[in-house]
Structure formats: structure tokens, C-alpha cells
Design a protein around this ligand. Structure first.
Ligand code: HEM
Length: 425
């Protein structure tokens, strides 16, 4: 029996998949214009059709779904060999909440602010070498990985950082490439060390032994401030410290969650700033409140993640209608943050809105998702963006071509299609 779902494009799933990957912004806009809210899309991205919601009441309903009937962890199943059994990404319900409490401790208040100088220092070092044409996405992937290695993991010196960096680039190279991912998802069997899956498993094993050695060394010889140092202090309800394997899974979750998403958001920041010299000039004047407004506006106008999906195991009321079991429902972050009825000049890049308009509706600015799965690293991500943009304010940048860059999907994140290219100097 056909499911009773909101209307959506009739084009074959293959066509919708191509649009979703190659032109996600234009695809979502067209779907919204043609079918309104909610709308159902069909792509190879998920096995089930996906119902997208962007109205605040419906977004609230999605974020409040009981994890027992709408687990989010299952969507990350393909990452299990890399993420590990303790991973916050894969857990649901009570286990997930317990893991969140442990993992979020380092990201609160003073403890978090203590990381800002180290991030600022790494950002300054990166930006000081820029001159001429720069593909900011590439450089930001490098910088955000460096920040994770030095500030989150606490690797000190090149001797510790270099092998970890090389192993991560090897492993993530496989996870990031979509054709390889699809090939691996289809053939999740070890067909020997030369098959994509076999190579991936070997890369993960090499990375694991490095990371476990590293965690054991840090436990034996703590070395100052890092997210790992704070995670090493954590104790569960029974007073037990986390095992090395558990800490390994926590570091990998922070890496998977925090690397490409931050790099994409920063590349978008450069793409937008290069085309808005007055915003860049005002940022250079050194006003922290304005800097914060620029960060919020980049995350609103060009969110790195377009949806927060949940798979429905039972029918559930969302936005005033019952959605049947067996489909994916998603808060569409991209659409919610550019609804004309919620945002003045929704399509404009206009940080001043944050100073003049006051706070937006809490369910309309949702770049970090929401509910129990809201981004666990959001305060870190915002701090990181502020520190990098503070350094960028001192550069002179122009776009390589005047027209805005379009959005395209690179695995899980949406990036500028020419990599956020700018001319520096
Ligand atoms: C601008 C950069 C970032 C953006 C736009 C972003 C966005 C998101 C979004 C949309 C989700 C899913 C929320 C949901 O399903 O409701 C998420 C989850 C997550 N993010 Fe981020 N994120 C960013 C940076 C970071 C950083 C820097 C870290 C870690 C240091 C991080 C760690 C995580 C983790 C661990 C989760 C999984 C949370 C869970 O399942 O409970 N993220 N992020």
C-alpha cells in the first residue's frame, strides 16, 4: 500500500539524488517553491522517502521525537567500524544521554574559553602564509584538522601530530569520497586488502593502534589543556574513569563531527566576506559583538548541514499531521533558516540583522540541529569560527570571480562549489 505522505517531486530517485548532491541549495528551494512545507523527497541517500519540515512547530516536533520511535543513531550505522561501539553518534536513548553528559563537560563556559588562545594561534599561523589565490576550503580542512589534533586531542609537537594526521587523512579520504562510500556500503564485506572495504578496514586498524597508544600515553603523562585532558577526568555514575577504547571513540566522534562541518562553514565565511567588503571592513574594526553576528549569519545563510534526519519506526504527529512509520523525517535546517516569513531579507548576507532585529525565533536559527541530538560541539564550533575570522579580518580579500559560489554536497556537508576561492593581498 502506498504511504500517505506529503507531496514532492515525481522525478525518479536517481534524478533527485543528482540534484541533491550537485545543487542542494537550488534543489531544496525548488522543492519548497513547488510543494511548500512539508514536502517529500526520494534519493538514494536514504532507503526510505524523506519528509522535510521547516515550519517552527514542525521542527519542534521533529526535535522532540522520542528516540525510542525515531532513533538517530541508526543513520550513522555505516560509520560503525570507524566510530566504534561507544560512539555518541551510534547510540540512542539512555546510553546516548549518558554519553552526551560525559562528552559535553569540556565544552562549558570557562573551560571552553580557555581553548580560544590556542585556536587563535593556530589560525594566525595558517593565515599568515596566505597570498594570491587561495582555495579556502582546502586550507580550512587543514586548519580545522590541526585544531582537532592540537586542541581536542592535545598532540604536542610534530612528532605526535604527524602520524595521527597522516592516518586520519588516509582513513577519512575513504569515508569522504562518495563513490567509494557507496561502493563500501553496498559491499560491506572484506573482499581482501585491495578492495575498498578491505583498505578502509586496514586504515582504521592502523589509525586505532596509533590512537590507542596516544590515549594511553596521555593518561600516563597528562600534558596541560586539551579536550582529551578533560575527558580523562570524567567519571561515570559509579565513579569509574573511561577506558582507553571509550576515549578513542569519543575522540573519533569529535573528529567526525567537528572536522568537515567547521571547514565548510569557514570556507563559506570567506566566500561571503569576499563578496561583502563592507561587512569585512566592519569586522576589521574589532567589535566582538559584530564578529559574533558575522558567525551567526554565515551559519544561517550557508549552513554546512542541510538536514537533521530521524527514521520513524512508528507513526508520529508532526506539524499537525500524522506521518506514517517507515520514512525518514527531517528538520530542514537550510529551508528553516531562509524562510521569508521568519527572516527579513532572508536571502541576503546581512550580519546587522543580529544587532538590529534582536533574537530570532529559537526554532528558526538551527544550524546545529536540536533536541537531544543537537551538535555536542556547538560552543567549540562558534569559538573556532570567531577566532579564525578575527584573524581573517586583518587580510585583504577579493573574490576570484564576482558571482557567488553555488552550493554542492561533499559527502555529509555542503560546500562552496569552487572551494571558496579568494584572492589575498
Ligand atoms: C560550524 C560547525 C558545525 C556545524 C554546522 C555542526 C552541526 C551539527 C549538526 C547539524 C548535528 C546534528 C544535529 C541533529 O541531528 O539534530 C551535529 C552533531 C554533532 N556535532 Fe556538530 N557541528 C559543527 C561543529 C562541531 C564540532 C567543532 C564538534 C566537536 C568538537 C562537533 C561535534 C558534534 C557531535 C559529537 C555531534 C553528534 C551529537 C549527538 O549525536 O548527540 N560538531 N553537528
Amino acid at each position: 500500500m502506498a504511504l500517505d505522505l506529503p507531496a514532492g517531486p515525481r522525478a525518479p530517485a536517481a534524478w533527485q539524488t543528482v540534484a541533491w548532491m550537485a545543487r542542494p541549495g537550488a534543489f531544496l528551494r525548488r522543492v519548497h517553491e513547488r510543494f511548500g512545507d512539508p514536502a517529500t523527497i526520494r534519493t538514494y541517500w536514504t532507503e526510505e522517502p524523506m519528509v522535510l519540515f521547516s515550519a517552527p512547530e514542525a521542527v519542534r516536533d521533529v526535535f522532540r521525537l522520542d528516540p525510542a520511535i525515531a532513533p538517530a543513531g541508526q543513520s550513522w550505522e555505516f560509520l560503525r567500524p570507524f566510530a566504534g561501539p561507544h560512539s555518541i553518534l551510534l547510540l540512542d536513548g539512555e546510553d546516548h544521554l549518558r554519553e552526551r553528559r560525559l562528552m559535553q563537560a569540556p565544552f562549558h563556559g570557562e573551560r571552553m574559553r580557555a581553548f580560544a588562545p590556542a585556536v587563535a594561534d593556530l589560525a594566525r599561523r595558517e593565515l599568515s602564509s596566505w597570498s594570491g589565490p587561495v582555495t579556502t576550503l582546502e586550507r580550512m580542512r587543514h586548519l580545522t584538522l590541526e585544531i582537532i589534533l592540537r586542541v581536542v586531542f592535545g598532540a604536542s609537537g610534530e612528532r605526535e601530530a604527524a602520524p595521527l594526521r597522516a592516518a586520519i587523512e588516509g582513513t577519512l579520504g575513504d569515508v569522504r569520497s562518495l563513490p567509494r562510500m557507496l561502493a563500501m556500503a553496498l559491499v560491506q564485506r572484506d573482499l581482501g586488502p585491495r578492495s575498498p572495504w578491505g583498505r578502509f578496514r586496514l586504515a582504521v586498524e592502523r589509525f586505532d593502534s596509533l590512537l590507542l597508544d596516544f590515549v594511553a600515553r596521555r593518561r600516563a603523562e597528562p600534558n596541560g589543556d586539551s579536550v582529551l585532558a578533560l575527558l580523562l577526568e570524567q567519571r561515570d555514575e559509579d565513579g569509574n574513569a573511561a577506558t582507553d577504547r571509550h576515549l578513542r571513540d569519543q575522540l573519533v566522534a569529535l573528529l567526525v563531527g567537528g572536522h568537515d562541518s567547521s571547514a565548510a562553514s569557514l570556507a563559506w565565511a570567506f566566500e561571503r566576506l569576499a563578496r561583502h567588503p563592507s561587512v569585512h571592513a566592519r569586522m576589521a574594526a574589532g567589535d566582538d559583538e559584530y564578529l559574533d553576528a558575522v558567525v551567526k549569519e554565515v551559519l544561517r545563510a550557508r549552513p554546512a548541514l542541510t538536514i537533521a534526519p530521524r527514521r520513524l519506526l512508528e507513526p508520529a504527529p508532526i506539524g499537525g499531521r500524522t506521518i506514517p512509520a517507515g520514512v525518514q523525517v527531517a528538520a530542514c535546517l537550510w529551508l528553516a533558516m531562509r524562510r521569508e516569513d521568519l527572516w527579513l531579507r532572508a536571502g541576503a548576507f546581512w550580519p546587522e540583522r543580529w544587532l538590529e532585529d534582536g533574537s530570532p525565533h529559537p526554532l528558526s536559527w538551527i544550524p546545529f540541529g536540536g533536541g537531544v541530538r543537537r551538535c555536542a560541539g556547538a560552543p567549540f564550533a562558534e569559538m573556532e569560527m570567531r577566532e579564525v575570522l578575527r584573524g581573517a579580518a586583518e587580510l585583504t580579500i577579493r573574490p576570484v570571480r564576482p558571482e557567488p559560489e553555488r552550493a554542492r554536497r561533499s559527502m555529509l556537508v555542503v560546500t562552496p562549489d569552487r572551494g571558496g576561492e579568494v584572492l589575498v593581498g
